[in-house]
Design a protein. Structure first.
Lengths: 326, 391
């Protein structure tokens, strides 16, 4: 009897179960190392994971259409390296313009993904895999074995300095905008429609190709933006930056309850998923877990949360069905 | 029409991806060929023709470079006709790029042909496929900056059996798989230098931590071991307390997380020593942004660290060390030539002249034959401005 009531509470929404996971994580880590719950530390979790947070929004849109984009960190590196080099060779030092250029590079990269996937009906994982190599390769080519370092990006890096408001403002704005767009605009609902049932969406007059293209373009835009932010936050641009981090972004979405088969997922869930990823990477070194164990534990936590998610989802579906039958 | 445009687009995308992924795919496809070549070349007498065939192949592709070098070649153009390879840790790293330029300059000045291979990732498997393709090209010597001490053993033995001279620089591999190791500075020397810096910056007592690269990085582990041994053996360091060795995996984000964790876990921390270029830059930024009183030293690139080096409280790193990667590359270049022309065999006590770097002797340290470039170089506020534009 008691078990059922917990199940019922959890199944009210998937986000509720994530909040519980989050609370458990915070309490456990907080007990082992109280300084984890300090304001500075919480702030740094957001700063160090700004890139994951921001790109997870784009990945949410992509995954809602039953797609995936594994080229994002390559786009990030290409955009980041470009604006790093613009500063290194003293072409441009205007922070605003650098952001615009970086984001535009991302838009172009994303648009190419979108157009090939939508018009060419290429499987998203294949298409973005190609671009994953292309943009990473481009980052190496343009870098020509150079890094843009601390002194090259001196003024610009103040934007992402620990304690500066810039990254947080971008983060909050991005989440507010996406929350509104995904919930209350025609465009947002179209993305859900395309992902839930492509044929039905097509029949009902939604331009599926255009929706798909825009979704990947948005992803590219956010990846480009993340590239600029990365250079600013770490005061350094290297062609191998954020290598392999696309998995963190996908993990954040999956933890947040976004379905790989499309049509299911929310901005709030994505936020919680990214937060859990951020807390894991920040907490593991702080609770004195030996280095060799950190990745292993990260994997176990991700799997555990996803399994919990699936169970919750199933309970939810079953209860919805029961309610309908009654 | 639409379909045509699309197919052109797709085709061009595919070509572009092939080009972009060229490094790895070329190496991959070359791997089976390399195996076959190595098998054939295994008997010593067959190794010779393979060696001769290679320069001809190389000459076609690098003819321009070759003639240019030959024009300016020193009178003793004893390196001509041979191909000298360098395998770096990974592409896109300025330190490796400077090292390669030094290697190229030294070898080409003697009239030799240079092949420089940058694996796309800093992993042993990426190096293995690159080395396999070098074996099939039949180069005369391979200088490797090892990404792993033991993982390259099989492929390097294969190369040695094919008659290729193997040497290492920067990061060593298992000593019996190569003839000699061009060491940027002795492990002991670096350990002592860094320990002395920690002693100086802490004022002789208190907590300090190490932020390293990956947990299996050969160099960093050797240096850290040397520092730990010094702390045990020398009573001078008795009051120093090494609280943790953290690993940032040479990744800015992880290094940042690890540095912040060190600051939060050890409120009495006085000094962080980061013997790795990515780690020290990430740590420097964290400390400087937080206006922390914790001081930093270690091994870093001057261009990466110029922002953070200074004596006042506004800067996080009072001074740090490194060696000259260009000179290290040149030393490896001269050593390659000396090994191939037989001036040295790789035995301890062998002497040779490395151009204007001077005379070097092969030393035996802990059962491994090494050539030591010199002591680490100190970068402080007085000289950082002149070095930051060099590398």
């Amino acid at each position: 009897m008691k078990k059922k009531s917990i199940g019922q509470f959890l199944s009210e929404s998937r986000e509720a179960s994530l909040v519980i996971v989050l609370a458990v994580l915070l309490i456990v880590v907080g007990i082992i190392n109280p300084s984890f719950l300090s304001f500075t530390n919480i702030r740094q979790i957001f700063l160090n994971n700004t890139l994951t947070f921001i790109m997870a929004l784009g990945m949410l849109c992509v995954m809602l259409t039953a797609g995936i984009d594994i080229s994002i960190t390559s786009t990030l590196a290409f955009a980041g390296m470009s604006i790093g080099l613009l500063q290194k060779y003293n072409v441009l030092h205007n922070t605003f313009l650098l952001f615009v250029i970086g984001a535009l590079i991302g838009v172009v990269c994303g648009f190419l993904n979108g157009i090939i996937i939508a018009k060419g009906h290429v499987a998203p994982i294949i298409c973005t895999m190609g671009f994953m190599y292309i943009w990473r390769g481009m980052a190496y080519v343009i870098s020509n074995n150079n890094w843009a370092s601390g002194m090259d990006v001196a003024g610009f890096s103040d934007f992402g300095k620990d304690g500066a408001p810039g990254p947080y403002i971008i983060l909050i704005l991005a989440y507010i905008i996406f929350f509104i767009v995904m919930k209350w605009t025609r465009f947002g609902r179209r993305i859900y429609a395309v992902g839930s049932n492509t044929e039905a969406a097509q029949v009902s007059g939604i331009n599926v190709d255009r929706t798909l293209t825009s979704v990947y373009t948005i992803m590219g835009f956010l990846a480009g933006l993340a590239g600029v932010l990365s250079v600013s936050i770490y005061a350094s641009a290297q062609p191998n930056m954020q290598y392999g981090k696309e998995m963190d972004v996908i993990a954040a979405c999956v933890i947040g309850g976004v379905s790989m088969s499309g049509g299911r997922g929310s901005v709030a869930g994505t936020f919680l998923g990214a937060l859990i990823i951020g807390i894991i990477s920040k907490a593991l070194p702080m609770v004195n877990i030996p280095n060799f164990w950190q990745n292993l534990i990260k994997g176990v936590i991700i799997l555990a949360v996803v399994v919990l998610n699936v169970v919750t989802q199933r309970t939810m579906d079953r209860q919805n069905l029961l309610r309908r039958e009654m | 029409m639409k379909k045509k445009v699309l197919s052109v687009l797709l085709a061009s995308a595919m070509v572009a991806s092939v080009l972009a992924g060229c490094g790895s795919s070329a190496a991959d496809t070359a791997a089976p060929a390399a195996d076959a070549a190595a098998e054939e070349a295994a008997p010593a007498e067959e190794a010779a023709p393979a060696e001769e065939a290679a320069p001809a192949e190389e000459a076609a592709t690098e003819a321009a470079v070759d003639t240019a070098a030959a024009d300016s070649a020193a009178p003793a153009a004893d390196a001509s006709g041979s191909t000298y390879a360098l395998v770096t840790k990974s592409a896109g790293n300025p330190f490796m790029e400077r090292m390669a330029s030094g290697f190229q300059e030294a070898v080409e000045a003697q009239g030799g042909t240079v092949v420089i291979q940058n694996p796309e990732a800093a992993t042993p498997d990426a190096q293995i496929s690159v080395i396999q393709s070098l074996i099939s090209q039949g180069v005369s010597s391979i200088a490797v900056d090892g990404n792993d001490a033991n993982a390259l053993t099989a492929v390097l033995t294969e190369a040695k059996d094919a008659g290729i001279k193997i040497l290492t620089l920067d990061s060593d591999v298992a000593p019996d798989t190569r003839t000699v190791y061009c060491n940027q500075a002795g492990v002991q020397q670096i350990g002592e230098t860094l320990m002395e810096a920690v002693y100086d910056l802490t004022g002789g007592e208190g907590d300090w931590a190490i932020l390293s690269a990956t947990s299996q990085a050969t160099n960093q582990n050797a240096w850290i071991d040397a520092m730990k041994k010094l702390m045990e053996s020398d009573s001078k360091y008795a009051k120093l307390n090494l609280v943790e060795v953290a690993y940032g995996d040479d990744e800015p984000q992880k290094s940042t997380d690890q540095t912040q964790a060190l600051l939060q876990n050890y409120p009495d921390l006085k000094v962080i020593c980061a013997p790795t270029t990515v780690g020290i830059a990430a740590a420097a930024k964290v400390l400087q942004d937080q206006k922390s009183t914790v001081k930093l030293t270690g091994l870093g690139l001057p261009s990466e660290m110029a922002e953070y080096i200074g004596d006042d409280d506004a800067h996080s790193c009072p001074y740090m060390y490194l060696w000259n990667p260009i000179d290290l590359g040149r030393l490896a270049g001269y050593t390659s030539i000396a090994l191939v022309d037989g001036t040295i065999t790789g035995a301890a006590g062998d002497k040779f002249t490395a151009g204007d770097l001077g005379d070097y002797t092969i030393e035996e340290i802990d059962g491994s034959t090494q050539i030591i470039l010199g002591p680490p170089f100190k970068f402080d506020p007085s000289n950082i401005d002149e070095w930051k534009s060099v590398y």
